[in-house]
Design a protein around this ligand. Sequence first.
Ligand code: AMP
Length: 389
Amino acid sequence: MIKTVEDFDLKNKKVIVRVDFNVPIKDGIITDDNRIKESLKTINYIREHEGKVILLSHLGRIKTEEDKVKNTLLPVSIRLSELLNTKVTFIKETRGIELEKAINNMQNKDVLLMENTRFEDLDGKKESGNDEELGRYWASLGDIFINDAFGTCHRAHASNVGIASNLPCGMGFLVKKELDNMLPVMEKPELPFTVILGGAKVSDKIGVIENLIDKCDYLLIGGGMAYTFLKAQGKEIGKSLLDSEMIDYCKNLLLKTNKIILPIDNVTSKDLGSNICEVKEKLDYDDIGLDIGPKTRLLFQKYIKESKTIIWNGPMGMFENPLYCEGTRSICESFNKEQTVIVGGGDSASAVINLGYKDRVSHISTGGGASLELLEGKALPGIEILRSK
Ligand code: AMP
């Protein structure tokens, strides 16, 4: 069992919360503050229960001193303060006297944000390499550790696994929501169960295929990865994306199961930069397949409409270009409120949100890599360490 923030007596306690404030920032301005907003529930809960909130997050990657300037969490502290309508103390250090003093001076309900945990990566990758001393040091600053950063749970870092190894710990509301929505569906999906996979590469999705192929009734494959399957069937795929090392894998899978449904037509172009496209059932040697065609959309919709449970990862085409987003849109349109629909992170999540279909799905996972690993049936180190306590 994993404890949640609700299982602790928080009064007078210094609660270290690992949040995911890895937000896009351009010229010092936050362009999407959703991740900050999503952390508010856990922060507010701790404040309502008279705890002291010490926030830790990474932002971007830190390889040089210049990266530190670009990736300071200072703009996040300002936005967080606006959203909470309270003062947020920002500490420019990731260790040392200033940080320790500020924490020791905190009153109940106070909120403090420490500078980007990955500043420690400049010194021998201490954060990303889960340096033991660093995990112990950060843990020494608090009484309780709460992990609410689902997006980093597939990695063992000092700021999640390292701290959790040294303190009473549990999960925040955001991580709980991810697990509550994803795990039961994968363990016992209501049938018929359809998995939809798309995106660029077969090799990125093998783990998901292997974990879900026996459990699902149908596996619909679109996007760039479909062309490696079509090539395995001996079809002409022109200049479409091909994962040549995966052709044999696809061949064997197609022999083993008849659950896989592949595109029967495509939206193609001769040139990625051109705005001329054509619907084709058979590709020529110089065609690039960039979206599923109208017949495939209807075929996929038929399977989706019959299903009670759907898990979707990866767009059906190069959806960032409006010429090739109709396949992905048609998937969104086929969902109904009676179904359980889980959208697993990354590009399919942004497609659902950007195309305006957020309300049609039951759960959109916030973590790209983390949700993919959950769909692969893997144990996530950031979660497992909470379970073992
Ligand atoms: P992934 O991260 O593997 O889910 O891949 C998402 C990316 O795949 C998006 O950037 C899409 O533009 C791209 N994509 C999907 N279908 C195609 C395709 N048929 N050809 C080229 N790129 C594609």
